[in-house]
Design a protein around this ligand. Sequence first.
Ligand code: IPE
Ligand code: IPE
Ligand code: MG
Length: 282
Amino acid sequence: MKELLQVLTPGEPDWLVATQLDPKRLPAHVAIIMDGNGRWARQRNYPRILGHKAGVNSVRKVVETCAQLGLEALTLYAFSVENWKRPRHEIEGLWRLLRFYLKRELPNLMRNDIQLVAIGRLESLPAGVQEELHSVMDQTACNRGMRLNLAINYGGRTELVDAVNTMLYNARLEGNLDSLEITEEGIAAHLYTAGVKDPDLLIRTSGELRVSNFLLWQIAYAELYVTETLWPDFNRTELLEAICEYQNRERRFGGLARTSTSSLDQPASFLLEEEALELPLA
Ligand code: IPE
Ligand code: IPE
Ligand code: MG
């Protein structure tokens, strides 16, 4: 947080939003469904790939800002397992852009102490993309600042299938298949995001009200922020505004509001009495 305030100029819009944030209640993990590149391009009569290209600049800005805020983790949805349904030339353009991004960003990742981890079924990606990804993952593996998860060929359902299959495989290998017990902790420990806290805040750009197979397990209690802004137009100001809104939400995790002091919330012994069951509900 301190680092971000150092790069902002007092009085400018981003500084004004940033100073409203409570540094002690920042989300540890932000996840983003980066959507709307195609619509951004269509609005300008550009080919879709130019929308994706413009989206890369938003990625750079958001990654840098999250690192400056001191977040523990940022997970970006870059390509879903369902995105293979798109035309071949669009997909090939995306791989070219990804390789370009990885090459160009490595020095920035190192400077900002960011560890890049690609999550998804990487083995199905073109060989050149896999090589570039593994090279950047290896070179940033010792960075101890923010962890940047790049979800590529990612699906929430395939992640769960992979986790369960890994558990079965390990149990078989260790000869304790019969006593294998599936627990929430066990599943979480075998997801691609093992060891990373669940996202506190899930942002989706371009207004779609769905999760599109993203981090299905991990977002169980994430706060959702959907904006009409298309991904290439998403900037630092809006990221800070999203975090500001997050800080105004009351997270209950299934419990009750901490501020609840109403006598109506106190133990109500009368409800045990038989006639209480006859109380009109409305
Ligand atoms: C998101 O933008 C990027 C990827 C899915 C790769 P879209 O390409 O989905 O953009 P829209 O939804 O068509 O506007
Ligand atoms: C979600 O966007 C996937 C990514 C952002 C990578 P889509 O554009 O693929 O999602 P749908 O098809 O609108 O649900
Ligand atoms: Mg889309």
